[in-house]
Ligand binder design. Structure first.
Ligand code: ASN
Length: 361
C-alpha cells in the first residue's frame, strides 16, 4: 500500500471569521478528465493540479475551510484497481476525525464502481464522501468542473437546517445536477454533461437554483463508528448473456482458475437459457464454490427468480438473486462480501441482503 502520509495543501477560502465552526472539507484528487491536459499526441492525460485555487478562483469565496490532497500519480479512472479503492478508504479513515466531509475528484468512467466499492468498505459512515469530476478539464472553456466541485463541496458541508446534523452521511456521486447514492450510480453518457443516472432509486438531491435534498431517501445510521475494511476479493468476473452464447464461452468464464464469484447478467426479471449444457455449467461452478449473483441487464425493474420457468432452477442451484442492484454495485459487493472470508451461510445471507442501500428488498 502506498504511503498514507500525503501532504495536505490548505486552499485560501473565506470562512466567516465569526464562525469558528466553518465546515472543514478535504478534497482528494485522484485524476480523471477534471485535471487532464492534452499531450503532444493530442490525447487527454492526467496531470497534477498544481494550484487548484488559481484555476478555480470561486473556491476562495466559499465559507468553508478547504484542504487538498493529491495522489502522487493521478490516473485516468480506466486504470483504477481494487487496491486504489482500499487506499482511498484508508486515506479517508486517516483524516476522518479532522474533517466534516470529503470530496473525491475522480474520473467519470469508473466513478460508479469506485463509489459503490467505497460504500461497502467504509462501514458505519457518518460523514459525506462525495465523488465528482468533470467531462471537460478544469482549465478549458466550458468546463463543468467548477460547478460540479463547488456543489459537491456544498453537499459535503450540508447540515440539517434545524438539527444541524450531517445531511448526507453517505458515499455518493454528484454530477451535473443530481446527487446519487454511491451504490445506485451509473455512467450513462460520454458526451453530455449529465453523465450519471440513479438506477432504481430516487436521487438524494437535485441542484437547480437551490439545492433540494430528498431527506427521506438519505440513509441515516446514527451513533456508529466508522470501520474501514481492508480486503477485497479480486477473483470475480461478469458473464453477460446474449442469444447465441456458446457453452465454450460460459464454461471458459465460469472455469477461470481462482474464480470466487461471478455476476450473471441475465435478461428481464432474471431469466436465462434453460438448455441443459447451460444449467450444467452453472451447477459445476457452484460445486467448485463459485458464488453467482443474478443481475438483470434491464436498467429498471428487478430480478425475481422463479417468476418465469427460465429462472426457476436458479434458487435450487444456489444462485443469489440480486434484486434491483446495478452491475457496478454487484461486482463490488461480491468483492467486498467474499473478501470478508465468511462461511457459506453468512456469505449467502450478506450477498442477498441490502448492505448499503444497493437494493430495494
Ligand atoms: N477517461 C476519463 C476518466 O474516467 C473520463 C472522465 O473523467 N470524464 O478518467
Amino acid at each position: 500500500m502506498p504511503d498514507l502520509d500525503l501532504p495536505l495543501l490548505p486552499l485560501p477560502t473565506r470562512p466567516d471569521p465569526a464562525n469558528t465552526a466553518a465546515p472543514r472539507l478535504l478534497i482528494i484528487y485522484t485524476g480523471g478528465t477534471v485535471g487532464m491536459a492534452v499531450n503532444r499526441s493530442g490525447e487527454l492525460v492526467p496531470m497534477q493540479f498544481g494550484r487548484l485555487d488559481h484555476k478555480m478562483p470561486e473556491l476562495a469565496r466559499l465559507p468553508f475551510q478547504l484542504e487538498l490532497l493529491s495522489l502522487p500519480a493521478p490516473i485516468d479512472s480506466s486504470n483504477v484497481t481494487p487496491g486504489d479503492w482500499l487506499f482511498l478508504a484508508q486515506l479517508i479513515g486517516r483524516h476522518y476525525a479532522d474533517f466534516d466531509g470529503f470530496v473525491v475528484l475522480h474520473g467519470t468512467d469508473t466513478m460508479a464502481y469506485s463509489a459503490a466499492a467505497l460504500s461497502y468498505v467504509l462501514e458505519h459512515l457518518g460523514k459525506p464522501v462525495v465523488f465528482t469530476g468533470a467531462q471537460v478539464p478544469v482549465g478549458a472553456n466550458r468546463s463543468d468542473a467548477q460547478r460540479n466541485l463547488v456543489t459537491a463541496l456544498e453537499i459535503a458541508a450540508a447540515r440539517h437546517p434545524r438539527a444541524h446534523t450531517v445531511r448526507v452521511p453517505e458515499v455518493c456521486v454528484f454530477f451535473n445536477d443530481v446527487l446519487i447514492r454511491g451504490t445506485r450510480a451509473k455512467k450513462v453518457e460520454s458526451q453530455q454533461f449529465a453523465a450519471f443516472k440513479s438506477e432504481n432509486y430516487p436521487p438524494l438531491a437535485r441542484a437547480g437554483i437551490s439545492l433540494e435534498f430528498d431527506d427521506k431517501s438519505i440513509r441515516l445510521l446514527p451513533g456508529a463508528h466508522l470501520k474501514v475494511h481492508t480486503n477485497l476479493e479480486t477473483g470475480v468476473a461478469v458473464l453477460r448473456l446474449f442469444p447465441g452464447i456458446t457453452e465454450a464461452v460460459v464454461s471458459a468464464i465460469l472455469g477461470i482458475p481462482g474464480l470466487r464469484g461471478c455476476v450473471l447478467e441475465t435478461y428481464g426479471s432474471g431469466n436465462a437459457p434453460t438448455a441443459p449444457w447451460f444449467l450444467k455449467c452453472l451447477a459445476d461452478a457452484r460445486a467448485r464454490g463459485v458464488w453467482l449473483l443474478n443481475v438483470s441487464q434491464c436498467e429498471e425493474g428487478r430480478v425475481v427468480q422463479g417468476k418465469y420457468e427460465t429462472s426457476a432452477h436458479f434458487t435450487e442451484l444456489g444462485i443469489v438473486g440480486g434484486d434491483d442492484i446495478t452491475t457496478e454495485a454487484a461486482v463490488t459487493k461480491l468483492m467486498f462480501v467474499l473478501g470478508l472470508g465468511l462461511g457459506e451461510e453468512r456469505t449467502r445471507q450478506l450477498l442477498g441482503q441490502d448492505l448499503r442501500g444497493e437494493i430495494t428488498p
